[in-house]
Design a binder for this molecule. Structure first.
Ligand SMILES: NC(=O)c1ccc[n+]([C@@H]2O[C@H](COP(=O)([O-])OP(=O)(O)OC[C@H]3O[C@@H](n4cnc5c(N)ncnc54)[C@H](OP(=O)(O)O)[C@@H]3O)[C@@H](O)[C@H]2O)c1
Length: 349
């Protein structure tokens, strides 16, 4: 691992001579670990015609990165070995060959796990909510919040008085889903790992009930809280948690398949209970979605989410790791559930 200071002496244009990147150096067989990545130092890139140079202030860490580096079939091509790890990032334009994107513009996009990125502006989004912290462009006003908004409102279609169950209820996506569902007049039941997160769900994110899936009593806790039936199940885990939720579906239930964080292996492909009978008897609908298919929903979602943050109806938490050198081990930590809120890396310097 590189332990040299983050910014060596500047060149004549005021930029450092080099910067750090995190490369994928080994194809993981399951959850990516620190040994699958390497931090390297590379010469500072300069923008060519029509390009801009962005200095990343924040890097994002997603459970989905497991899929982005996997050789198992996914919705995107795997990150090539030796390439900079794909990730969302947020920062500022520091050099520009495009007058529409002047130096100082706050931006976000798939800029990768690196301190600086040269890109064409088409891949950037200008960060407009200048009164809110830049980091929110990656979490509650980024992929997490937009996913929660789209998945719950467009796929789950909750109605007032219905019961909405959310797995990974205390996480970046889940905490927003629970709060938006409450704003829709629903009863919310969160499922999370451990007592600290269970209390966060109840006291900070306003769930009507919160259950610890690691508790010995989880199955009976579910049966008690879901006795009236589940109208919307926002599923972020699949696996054992979902196996135990499905028998409690109400007639006409909608299951939003958002993530599979609870499935340990995709190779061999996991086997599970047969769900068809629950679907048939409950006339239920299961729908998966990938938020990258719904770019047009971003502005709608961000308008709502930002307004809710400003009027205090939507709270969010960020789990900040200090320094790009923390990146290699950051994904496996998510799969240990060690994050309290959206996991981010603050780039030093
Ligand atoms: N469909 C889409 O387009 C889309 C877009 C964004 C995110 N997602 C999905 O949304 C989900 C949440 O993402 P996020 O970024 O907000 O992450 P997050 O919830 O902030 O962090 C991941 C959480 O997953 C839980 N987890 C990890 N391993 C688990 C296991 N074996 N069983 C049960 N829970 C486990 C942990 O929470 P606990 O401590 O509570 O276990 C962990 O904190 C993920 O599944 C992600 O892939 C989908």
């Amino acid at each position: 691992m590189d332990r040299t200071p983050s910014h060596p002496p500047s060149s004549s244009d005021g930029l450092p001579q080099d910067h750090r990147q995190v490369l994928l150096v080994r194809r993981p067989s399951g959850i990516p670990s620190a040994a699958d990545f390497e931090v390297v130092r590379r010469p500072m890139p300069r923008p060519g015609p029509g390009e801009v140079l962005v200095r990343n202030a924040w890097l994002s860490v997603e459970p989905a990165m497991r899929g982005w580096v996997s050789a198992v079939a996914n919705y995107s091509q795997p990150v090539p070995l030796g390439a900079v790890m794909r990730s969302f990032a947020a920062g500022h334009v520091v050099a520009s060959d495009d007058g529409a994107w002047p130096v100082g513009t706050p931006v976000t996009g798939l800029l990768g796990w690196q301190e600086y990125a040269v890109v064409r502006p088409e891949v950037l989004r200008r960060v407009e909510d200048a009164d809110l912290p830049l980091s929110t462009a990656l979490g509650v006003l980024g992929i997490n919040g937009v996913t929660a908004h789209y998945g719950l409102l467009e796929v789950g279609c909750p109605r007032p008085g219905e019961t909405v169950v959310v797995s990974t209820a205390a996480g970046g996506v889940g905490s927003a889903v629970g709060q938006i569902a409450r704003m829709q007049g629903c009863r919310t039941v969160g499922i999370t790992g451990g007592e600290v997160k269970r209390q966060l769900c109840l006291k900070r994110y306003g769930y009507d009930a919160a259950l610890d899936y690691r508790a010995a009593s989880f199955e009976s806790d579910l049966a008690r809280e879901l006795a009236g039936g589940v109208n919307v199940y926002f599923d972020n885990t699949a696996g054992r948690i979902s196996d135990l939720v499905w028998p409690h579906l109400a007639v006409g239930a909608r299951i939003v398949v958002c993530g599979t964080a609870g499935v340990a292996s995709w190779d061999p492909w996991p086997q599970g209970p047969r769900l068809e009978r629950h679907l048939l008897v409950k006339r239920a609908r299961v729908q998966g979605f990938v938020i990258f298919d719904h770019d047009d929903h971003g502005p709608v979602a961000r308008r709502d989410l930002a307004a809710w943050i400003r009027d205090g109806r939507l709270v969010y938490d960020e789990d900040v790791l200090e320094g790009i050198e923390q990146a290699p081990g950051a994904i496996e930590g998510l799969y240990r559930g060690e994050n309290l809120g959206k996991r981010l890396i603050r780039v030093a310097g």
